[in-house]
Design a protein around this ligand. Sequence first.
Ligand code: MG
Length: 163
Amino acid sequence: MISKQMQDKLNDQINLELYSSYIYASMAAYFDSINLDGFSSWMKAQAGEELKHAMKVFGYVCERAGRVELKAIAAPKIDWASPLAAFEDAYKHECHVSSSYHKLVDVCQSEKDFATLNFIQWFIAEQVEEEDSVLKIVEQLKIVKDAPGGLFMIDRGLAQRQG
Ligand code: MG
């Protein structure tokens, strides 16, 4: 069984992952509105991944005889100044998610909750990938600047991502 403190922290992580899904769904809608379908489908796939992350934590809380408490999900932004601005926000958000899992490591250690520590290792490794894939796109967008040809090439590339 997990402590009340750990249960609360894991419920916060569920909310954060659901919020991530919301942000990326909102970004998908933004990209759709500017006719960048590849960017939009990449973001839809990302939103789906975040939902899976939330349900992974959900499953763990239940498995440890904890109680899942779903809280209100904050409304995400709906507009960005450019594709680059959206991906810069996505990168900042992923860094925030990483740091929230890192803080959870401290709680696991202070409570000697080694099972939860083991469980969150997967998320810590996953965050390395998340930061890397988003940052790569940020850097590519910086290379092409506002050149439409470059933007469409990135769009075609992002369309390849499997959902
Ligand atoms: Mg996530």
